[in-house]
Design a protein around this ligand. Sequence first.
Ligand code: GN1
Ligand code: MG
Length: 371
Amino acid sequence: MENKYLDIVKEAVEAIDFKGDIVEVKPFGGGHINDTFLVVTENAEKREKYILQRINHDIFKNVEKLMENYCNVCDYLKDVVESRGGNPLREAITVVKTKDGNSFVKDSKGNYWRGILFIENSITSEVIECKEDLYKTGKAFGGFQNMLSKYKAETLFESIPNFHNTKERFKSFLEAVEKDAAGRRSEVEEDIKFILDREEDTAVLVDLIESGELPLRVTHNDTKIGNILLDKDTKEGICIIDLDTVMPGLSLYDFGDAIRSGSTYAAEDEKDLDKVYVDLELFEAFTKGFIEGSAGVLTEKEIEMLPMGAKVIILEQGIRFLGDYLNGDVYYKTSYDKQNLYRTRTQLKLVADMEKKWSKLNEIVKMCSGV
Ligand code: GN1
Ligand code: MG
C-alpha cells in the first residue's frame, strides 16, 4: 500500500494484532501531546477500523507504568459497564494487544505505540454546538467519576507527577518568566501581570487537599470536551477517551477542565476575545449534567467548590500555555506562530469573565445541586 504515514507506523502495525491487511493510515483527532492515527484494515469478510497512538515519551516518562494504569482502568470500567447492562466494547476502551500479548510496542526508533478498537458511529468535537450536547457531556464526565468512585486511587501510578498542582505550575511559570528562553517576555508583560495578581488562587485546591477537606479520587485530569466520544445520532456520551492522565486527583479538576473548554462557544485559540466568555447557559447545562451523572458521590464541599475548581483549572491552563510560549513552544504542539499566546489569552479572558459572573456561577451550582 502507498501511504505517506506507513513508514512511521510500519513496525507498530506489524507488531499489534490488527486483523486483516492495512488499507489506510491517516492522522486522527486534535490532541496536543500524542500522535493519533486511524488505521483501516480489510480481510475477506470485512473492513475494520482501529486507533493507533504514538505516546509522547518525552512527556509520559514511564510508558510501561502508564499502560498498566490504562489497562487496569479500562478493565475496571468494562466490568462496571457490564454490571450495569451496557456494552463494554462500546462504552469502554478496548486495547488491542501486540501479537506477543503486550499492551504497547516500542519500535526501533524508541517510539511507543498502542492500538485500540475504533468505536463505530461515534464523533468527538473540540467546540460546542449547543447546550443540550453539553448537558450530555456533563452527564458522561460525572458518570466517569461515579463509575470509578470505588477504584483505589492509591494503586494508580502518577503518569505526570504534580499534574494539577497549581502551586507547582505557578513556580515553573515564574522560572519561565525569569529565564525568558525565547525572548518573548516584553510582549506578554500584561498577561504575566494578570497571572501574578492571582497567585493566591493557585494555592486554593492544593490547600484543600492538604487539609483533607476534599476527597482524593480517581480522576481523568484532561476532561476537555474533545476527550469524549458522543453517539453520532443521539449525541449521548458513549465513552471517555484519552486516559493517559487518569491519576489520583480532585473531582474539581475534571469539572474545571470541562468548563474550560465547554462553557464557551469559542475555540481554545480564538483570536477575537469578544467571542470568549463563559456562557451561563452552557455552564448550567454542564453543571446539571455533571452533578446528575456523578449520582450522589460528590460531597457538599466538592459541590460548593465547583466554581472555584473551574476558575483555578482555567487559570492553571493559562499559566501552562504562557509558560510554554515563554519557553519557546516546547510542550504543546502548535500549528502556527503565537498559537500558545492565543491559547493563553482565551484562558485568561475566561478567568476574568468568571470573576465578573462569580455570584451568578455560584447560584447556578446551588440551583443544580438542589440546595
Ligand atoms: C493536552 O493531549 P490533549 O491535547 O488532550 C494536555 C492537557 C491540556 C490540553 C489543553 C498530558 O491535552 O493537560 O489541558 O492539552 N495534556 C497533557 O488543550 O499535558
Ligand atoms: Mg491528552
